[in-house]
Design a protein around this ligand. Structure first.
Ligand SMILES: Cc1cc2nc3c(=O)[nH]c(=O)nc-3n(C[C@H](O)[C@H](O)[C@H](O)COP(=O)(O)OP(=O)(O)OC[C@H]3O[C@@H](n4cnc5c(N)ncnc54)[C@H](O)[C@@H]3O)c2cc1C
Length: 384
């Protein structure tokens, strides 16, 4: 413990991609960081594990050198109704990873860079005049000048120190990931290691069937919609009809579980306050429409690390001294306000469906817009 009774210069709550990236970035610049996570790693995280090359760039990670499951995807299939539309690229435009492996790897990398880790569940948090203090489930306390909240949608700083608009909407999900064996998976699908996305009939979300090496990941996500309990059996029925699920395979799948998280939409999120910065799902940064959250977690963590370093240099940690952080998020992801002209308010829902369907059926528009701008968020992928 330091002279002022601090346990670290920065406390990071949560060791997912956001927390471990912030810790890695700070530790390799010589900052004393302590990561606190209630889970023992490797731990399961509900996630399809679809990542883009931009995430690997932000992590400075070479996919060839990554020592765990990483399936390069250079094609994707989009189902609209009963028709599959395949889009092919000349290079891998995304990858499939297993979150238990990926998150453990990133956390170990942060530790190798000098970050410390403690297996602690944080119960209460307090931003006081002298320090940010957290209390654990066992009653221990940790203090630091600054904290980074990276605990996902259940982050204790997000829950206890930030305000939420009543109209805040979450993505509601159900997912199962199982090590089935590559050969067995190949017997069930003509699209091995080609992500299959199934647009929901009302276009309020999508389901997926992802094959990644030995792993099969099946899931569904809908925006702010508890009717997922009806949509999920309908999707499983479709997979059975397509032969993707046989009774033997289904019997071996891990149980479907749910996890809600907030997307970055017109309902503003609070991402900082006195003595704290929030990254990733704790700040509600996942992308609208696709629900991609790993990339925003990593990018925001790098921004938070830069702002934390400059706050430590200046010795100032009030919300107004950390303003640079929300500004960086706005520059990256745009302002969080309702658009001046929202065509969805004027175009009848049945027409909107037909427009989306038309876009998905067009090879060019599917490549440029649906995959290029929504799922991959990589304008370069649109032309490759
Ligand atoms: C079903 C599903 C599928 C998804 N698929 C994709 C996808 O394919 N691609 C993609 O980019 N995104 C996907 N996402 C979103 C993505 O998983 C998240 O956006 C991402 O994990 C956010 O990372 P994070 O570091 O902010 O938080 P998390 O990964 O949630 O990590 C938070 C960590 O904090 C710890 N923690 C929480 N509370 C406490 C506490 N009180 N004390 C101590 N530790 C605590 C947790 O144990 C956890 O380790 C998906 C999400 C779901 C639910």
């Amino acid at each position: 413990m330091s002279e002022k009774g601090f346990d670290a210069e920065v406390l990071v709550i949560g060791g997912g991609p956001g927390g471990s990236t912030a810790a890695w970035d700070l530790a390799r610049q010589g900052v004393d960081v302590l990561v606190l996570d209630g889970a023992e790693f490797p731990r399961v995280k509900l996630c399809a594990g679809w990542i883009t090359p931009q995430i690997l760039d932000a992590l400075e990670l070479d996919p060839e050198a990554y020592p765990h499951t990483i399936s390069p995807f250079s094609s994707a299939v989009l189902w609209v109704g009963d028709t599959p539309y395949r889009t092919d690229y000349r290079r891998p435009v995304s990858y499939g990873i297993i979150r238990a492996e990926f998150d453990h790897y990133l956390l170990e990398r942060a530790r190798e860079a000098g970050a410390r880790f403690a297996n602690e569940t944080i119960r209460t948090v307090e931003a006081g005049p002298e320090a940010f203090e957290v209390t654990t489930r066992d009653g221990s306390t940790y203090r630091a000048p600054l904290a980074i909240g990276a605990g996902g949608s259940k982050d204790p700083i997000r829950r206890q120190l930030t305000t939420h608009a009543p109209e805040e909407r979450m993505v509601v999900t159900l997912e199962s990931e199982t090590r089935v064996g590559a050969e067995r998976i190949q017997a069930h699908t003509p699209y091995f290691e080609v992500p299959e996305l199934f647009l929901e009939p009302d276009f309020n979300g999508y389901a997926w069937y992802f094959t990644k090496g030995d792993f099969l990941n099946i899931g569904i996500g809908r925006l702010g919609d508890p009717r997922i309990r009806d949509a999920h059996p309908r999707f499983l029925e479709k997979l059975r009809d397509l032969g993707r699920l046989t009774p033997e395979l289904e019997a071996d799948l891990t149980k479907f579980r749910g996890h809600p998280y907030k997307i970055y939409d017109s309902v503003p999120n609070q991402a900082h306050g006195d003595r704290f910065l929030l990254v990733g799902d704790a700040a509600g940064l996942a992308r609208h429409y696709s629900g991609e959250g790993i990339r925003p977690a990593v990018e925001s963590a790098r921004d938070a690390a830069a702002v934390a370093r400059s706050a430590l240099e200046r010795g100032r940690f009030a919300a107004k001294d950390l303003e640079d952080y929300p500004q960086r998020l706005t520059e990256r992801y745009g302002p969080q306000k309702a658009p001046r002209f929202d065509p969805t308010r004027w175009i009848p829902h049945s027409w909107q469906g037909r427009i989306v369907e038309g876009i998905c059926r067009s090879d060019r528009l599917r490549r440029d817009w649906v995959f290029g701008r929504v799922f991959l968020f990589d304008p370069e992928a649109a032309v490759s």
